[in-house]
Design a protein around this ligand. Structure first.
Ligand code: UGA
Length: 445
């Protein structure tokens, strides 16, 4: 089989290298520099397992990156995996999807194949039926169901575990636009996963699109919800949100996942997807206020972390503040919507001198923060001489810093654990340790 992938962002690239473990794969992207560097074996993002799969695919000549759709003319299956960013009003910007549809329509028109098109890009309910299908039909001159197949096929991979999630997903969701596509897609995925095939859910295209938005919105809601509870925990001595989350998660109806309190959710998906979902709920005449509150709580959370730091150190004015972690979560170099950025902005506003370190996100951070902060080359260098250290990303190497390291290196150690990576019983005994969701001795509601 031959697979085409249009769009070589996070999802497209992960999908392409995984597909190339079994199929000849051509991945298309308008960004010629990215295409050239991928063909030269250079991975543009920090993602576990990606480099080795790319190397294997290139060595076996099973994967090729191309700036034009010519390479996918004889593809049996074509994934649409382009970005769907937020417009300035929070609604979804489908311009890349439209561009991809026009390009794929052109391929279908040239007639070497009648591929199955799988719509992976996250898009609001109604997009596959109302935008993708008519555009493919217009630009190809063919009918969906006879000239090509089309299925909504949302993606659930996470950054940091993108390869594992693609090779071993929890589920495959299919929303076919025509009967033929369902059979083709079922056969394609069963063939790819073989004995390790995940469960399939088949629904309408809109149902599939809603599974994706519903999942991201509910997970984001869990995060804001536990952060709200974290704020309350901070009002009661020795009350710990981790205990509360553990207790809540023991109820199998709630589950233990996504109840880790912290500085809020970031990344390229949750914030933009919740915004777009809220917008489409409003456009449908329904009330999206629950999601708007989820977003508002998330916006406030980095400021709350600064307040925790201010309270612990009286004032941050003129203080040296070390920010450990700039990526939106560990195991990625992605700083899109990272909570560290608004946190740093706020620290500067309240008069702190900010120095930063991240194991892999420094280049991206330099582009975003320019000369407003001091860049350090290690965690130890970052905390050296600092008055306050704030842990914003749960990187393993930050976990290995012991109370003695902070005591020895910092000027007047105040440690703010915004990710709850340390055991308060050990750290609070040895230095001034405060944390999101942890009520300190002497606090009162
Ligand atoms: C998320 C979803 O988890 C994926 O299933 C989905 O495919 C992806 O969005 C997408 O739509 O493309 P991702 O953005 O990679 O994946 O990151 P997550 O691991 O979900 O984390 C999102 C944010 O929530 C991070 O900032 C993380 O630190 C935060 N988070 C997560 C918490 O603060 N607490 C938690 O308990 C969990």
């Amino acid at each position: 089989m031959k697979v085409g992938v249009v769009g070589v962002g996070y999802v497209g690239l992960s999908t392409a290298v995984c597909m190339a473990t079994k199929h000849r794969t051509v991945a298309v992207d308008l960004n010629e520099a990215r295409v050239a560097s991928l063909n030269a074996g250079k991975v543009p993002i920090h993602e576990k397992g990606l480099q080795s799969l790319l190397d294997k695919g290139l060595a076996a000549k099973r994967i090729l990156f191309s700036p034009s759709t010519e390479g996918i003319e004889d593809a049996d299956v074509v994934f649409i995996a382009v970005g769907t960013p937020s417009s300035s009003d929070g609604s979804i910007d489908l311009s890349q999807v439209r561009g991809a549809c026009a390009a794929i329509g052109g391929v279908i028109k040239r007639g070497k194949a009648d591929p199955l098109v799988l719509m992976k890009s996250t898009a609001v309910p109604g997009t596959a039926r109302g935008v993708v299908k008519p555009l493919l039909e217009q630009t190809s001159g063919r009918q969906c169901g006879t000239g090509f197949g089309l299925c909504s096929n949302p993606e659930f991979l996470r950054e940091g575990t993108a390869i594992k999630d693609t090779l071993d997903p929890d589920r495959i969701v299919l929303g076919p636009l025509d009967g033929l596509s369902l059979r083709l897609a079922g056969k394609f995925f069963k063939g790819f996963y073989g004995k390790r095939s995940p469960p399939f859910l088949v629904t309408t295209p809109e149902g599939a699109e809603l599974v994706k938005y519903g999942s991201n919105a509910l997970l984001a809601t869990k995060v804001s919800f536990i952060n709200l509870i974290a704020g309350l925990c901070e009002r009661f001595p020795r009350t710990d949100v981790d205990d509360v989350a553990r207790g809540m998660g023991m109820d199998h109806r709630i589950g233990p996942h996504f109840l880790q309190a912290g500085p809020g959710f970031g990344g390229s998906c949750f914030p933009k997807d919740v915004r777009a979902f809220a917008r489409s709920i409003r456009d449908a005449g329904l009330d999206p206020s629950v999601l708007e509150r989820v977003l508002a709580l998330n916006e406030a959370q980095p400021h709350h972390v600064v307040q925790v730091a201010e309270k612990a150190s009286n004032s941050l004015r003129g203080k040296e503040v070390a920010v450990l972690g700039l990526a939106f979560k560990a195991d990625t170099d992605d700083i899109r919507e990272s909570r560290s950025i608004p946190l740093i902005q706020r620290l500067l506003e309240v008069g702190g001198n900010v120095r930063v370190y991240d194991p892999v996100a420094m280049p991206a951070a330099k582009a975003a923060l320019a000369s407003r902060v001091v860049y350090c080359s290690s965690a130890r260098e970052c905390i050296k001489g600092a008055d306050v250290a704030i842990v914003m990303t749960a990187w393993r190497q930050f976990k290995s810093l012991k109370p003695g390291d902070y005591l020895e290196l910092m000027r007047s150690p105040v440690l703010v654990d915004a990710r709850r990576i340390y055991d308060p019983r050990t750290y609070a005994k040895k230095l001034k340790y405060v944390a999101v969701g942890l009520g300190m001795e002497g606090t009162s509601a």
